[in-house]
Every structure is written in structure tokens, then in C-alpha cells.
Design a protein around this ligand. Structure first.
Ligand code: AMP
Ligand code: GLY
Length: 424
């Protein structure tokens, strides 16, 4: 089979590596990809939003399956466009990807189908939002309705901060048209867990759990980022919690989407807060997480291509998902300054150390080939993942492997997976 992966981050490199394990696969392409996908597969120089060109490429190359990694093309209808041309594609249609594309939609869905989540109100103008915020309980959470690369969420400690936040989102349009609508949400406390699940429109099959570290600095300080590191599984996501989520969250979400005529096929990423009152949904995403994919996929025993095909064909009941009985940790090596200003173009050394290693992997995020050199090309440069018999060992291994890589401006958090030590 010929596979096309759409996107250019660490997540897409992890998908490329996983599909290459499939005995069914003969050739893998990635559009537009990065230096890592260029080495493991073939890069195609087409942007993720150039649907016509991507379709033309898929037709010309007779691609058997396209896997969409990124949210923006999904929300803009790439799956619908491929399906129109009878091209097999894995991901939700536009109608279903709205579950990530609009936070107001997802909150209304949760309310309508009784899915546990934080209380909320939606506003279209700053005046009514500010009126509401005058008599709210603090802290409170402001969310731009649309896609904002994981950065459109503000936690405000008092009315003054909230007022500034409303101005930033609605008036200054800090997150562009994503801020045309504003969701104001009750603040929740607890442990965060990400659960990614395969969906076939009716059925939902959750993978092993993971936890992201979204803030830029150690101790969960600094700005929100796309994710600075992950570990899997989460020791806080117990069997009981899993049972609860399957019943009251995952299946209800699938059934709700179906009832709305928005059958969800693809990866549903459920961001959970494990509160004292039980698990509640923080957010939904319509694709693999980045860097969640870099810890979850390496532990998956199944053939990813087979599972994607089962989702598309609506026969997920035939799949028995299996994960290795170990743990994995991914530490993101970023450009110092991310998510704000940073310099790029620095050569990366030490990548060869990962060749022929089974339990140590390096996933390229923002890298590019410059002649025969691999250089930094963005904020989240690489994801170093290691496995271990348990989380402690995986964490030790991952941090050891981060030392194999050198580049100017290299920055990482030093406490990825540290919370897990508290349970020892
Ligand atoms: P989201 O993009 O909706 O996942 O939000 C990004 C981050 O903001 C989450 O990972 C949480 O850490 C935080 N967050 C979002 N919503 C809430 C909430 N209602 N209460 C507390 N923290 C939140
Ligand atoms: N790591 C969070 C996300 O992919 O949205």
C-alpha cells in the first residue's frame, strides 16, 4: 500500500514511523513533512491547505490511504474533498471536525448530551462578556472559540485580568477570527489526562492514556505551548476512571455526534481533568495529539494502517487494541524562546545516535534539510522518546537521550513526567 501523511510536525513523523512498521505498506509520503520524514519517507512539497494539489498528487501516485495529522485541514474539510474524489482518507469530515474547530459547539454538545464538563457561557461581544465577568467566581477561564494552536486559552485570576483577556480575544483579535466568539468557562482543578481514541462513526476505542506538559517552563510556569513533553500511561488514569469515561464521556460523545448527523470517524482526542467530582472534559481535538502521538504510538502493538481502515469501513468491532506493558516519555527539544521569539537555522548534531535503537526514538518536529545538514526550523524542533519498564525508567532513559543531541539554542523542560514520582 502507498500511504500519504499530511502535516509536518513530530506527530506526523511518529505516524510515518508507525505506518512503516505495517507489512502492508510499500511506500510512504509526507506533505509537506520535515527532515525526519524526508529520511524515513518521501516528502512532497505541497502545503496542508492546498487540497487540489494534494488530491492531484494522491490520484497520480494512486495513494491507497491518506492520514491527516493536523487539525486545520480537517476543520476546513480536507476529508470531504478527498472523499468527493473517492480517495480513501482517515480523519473526520468537516461537519465532525467542528468538535475541535469550535469550542462553543463542543460545549453545547456536552451540555445537550449530559457529558461531564465545566459550566460555561458563550459571548459574541465584549460588553456582555464583561458584564457577566463582573459577578463571576475566580479564577475563571476564557477560550477563543476557534483554532488557536493550543494557545487560545487564558486563565484569569481576577476581574481585571478577565477584562484584559476579553479585550485581547474579542477586540484586539490576538487569535484572529478564532476570537469572534468567546467561551467563558468555570475553572477546574485536578490532574490532566489525554486519551486518544479510534472512532468509526458509531464505535470508539480508546488507546492507552498520556499526559502532556503544556507550559513552557519547569513547574508548569510560563506560557502555554503546543506541548513540551508527554508520558504514557498516566498512573492517575485508573481502571475505574477508564470505565467511567467509557460510559459517561466517550460513548456519549460518539452517540451525540451521530444524533447531530456528524458521525465522527478518525481520532478523537479527549482532554480530561480528573476533578474531585470525577473526570470532566477539558477539550476535544479531532486528531492525534502532538506530542501525545510520540508516546502512545510507539507503545501500540497493532498495525496502524489496519486500524485506520477499520475506522473508515465502520468495523472497529473487529479490532482489539493492544499496548505494550511498559511506559514511554517524550521530551521536546525546543528553540529557546518558544512559544515567543526564537532563532532557527542551527545545525543539529547527534541524530545518528538513535539509529538501530529500539527503545530510544527521535521524532523530528521543526527541522529541515539544508544541503546535507539538518537544521532547526521552528519552535518544537525534536521529540526525544524513550521506553522503560515503568515511567521512572522511561523518564531516566529519555533524559539520557536528550544529551545525545546538540544544537545552538536548545531548550527543554527538565521535569517532564516528574509528577509521577509523587506516587512512589
Ligand atoms: P484546552 O486547549 O482547552 O485544553 O486548554 C489548554 C489548557 O488550559 C488545558 O490543558 C488546561 O491546563 C487549561 N484549561 C482549559 N480549560 C480549563 C478549565 N476549565 N479549568 C482549568 N484549566 C483549564
Ligand atoms: N499536545 C496537545 C495537542 O496536541 O493539542
Amino acid at each position: 500500500m502507498k500511504i500519504l501523511v499530511i502535516g509536518s510536525g513530530g506527530r506526523e513523523h511518529a505516524i510515518v514511523k508507525k505506518v512503516l512498521e505495517s507489512p502492508k505498506v510499500t511506500e510512504v509520503f509526507c506533505a509537506p513533512g520535515n527532515a525526519g520524514t524526508a529520511i524515513d519517507a518521501k516528502n512532497v512539497n505541497i502545503g496542508v491547505k492546498e487540497f487540489d494539489k494534494l488530491i492531484e498528487f494522491a490520484q497520480k501516485e494512486a495513494i491507497d490511504l491518506t492520514i491527516v495529522g493536523m487539525e486545520n485541514p480537517l476543520v476546513e474539510g480536507i476529508v470531504d474533498a478527498f472523499e468527493e474524489k473517492k480517495l480513501p482518507v482517515f480523519g473526520p469530515r468537516k461537519k465532525a471536525a467542528i468538535i475541535e474547530g469550535s469550542k462553543a459547539f463542543s460545549k453545547d454538545l456536552m451540555k445537550k448530551y449530559n457529558i461531564p464538563s465545566a459550566g460555561y457561557e458563550t459571548f459574541n461581544d465584549s460588553k456582555s462578556a464583561i458584564e457577566y465577568l463582573k459577578c463571576s467566581k475566580y479564577p475563571i477561564v476564557l477560550k477563543a472559540d476557534g483554532l488557536a494552536a493550543g494557545k487560545g486559552v487564558l486563565i484569569c485570576n481576577d476581574f481585571e485580568e478577565a477584562q484584559k483577556g476579553v479585550k485581547l480575544i474579542i477586540e484586539d483579535k490576538q487569535f484572529g477570527s478564532a476570537g469572534d466568539r468567546l467561551v467563558v468557562e468555570e475553572f477546574m482543578t485536578g490532574r490532566e489526562v489525554s486519551v486518544l481514541a479510534f472512532c468509526d462513526g458509531s464505535r470508539i476505542l480508546p488507546m492507552t492514556s498520556a499526559q502532556d506538559h503544556k507550559r513552557a517552563k519547569d513547574g508548569d510556569q510560563g506560557l502555554n505551548t503546543g506541548g513540551m513533553g508527554t508520558f504514557s500511561p498516566s498512573p492517575f488514569y485508573t481502571k475505574e476512571i477508564d470505565e467511567y469515561c467509557k460510559k459517561y464521556i466517550y460513548q456519549r460523545t460518539m452517540d451525540g455526534m451521530k444524533a447531530e448527523g456528524r458521525d465522527f470517524v478518525g481520532i478523537l482526542f479527549v482532554g480530561l481533568m480528573l476533578t474531585a467530582e470525577g473526570p470532566k472534559v477539558l477539550e476535544y481535538n479531532a486528531r492525534f495529539g502532538d506530542p501525545e502521538a510520540q508516546v502512545v504510538l510507539p507503545r501500540m502493538k497493532n498495525d496502524l494502517v489496519e486500524v485506520c481502515e477499520a475506522c473508515i469501513d465502520g468495523r472497529l468491532d473487529e479490532i482489539n487494541l493492544e499496548f505494550e506493558d511498559n511506559a514511554s516519555v517524550c521530551v521536546v527539544l525546543a528553540s529557546d524562546g518558544y512559544p515567543e521569539q526564537f532563532k532557527t537555522g542551527y545545525p543539529i548534531h547527534g541524530l545518528h545516535r538513535f539509529d538501530n535503537e529500539k527503545d530510544y526514538m527521535v521524532f523530528h518536529g521543526a527541522t529541515k534539510l539544508e544541503g546535507d545538514r539538518i537544521v532547526t526550523a521552528g519552535g518544537r524542533v525534536l521529540g526525544v522518546t524513550a521506553k522503560g519498564k515503568d515511567l521512572k525508567e522511561a523518564r531516566r532513559n529519555a533524559y539520557e537521550a536528550t544529551r545525545w543531541i546538540e544544537f545552538d539554542n536548545k531548550y527543554m523542560r527538565n521535569d517532564i513526567g516528574k509528577a509521577i514520582d509523587e506516587t512512589d
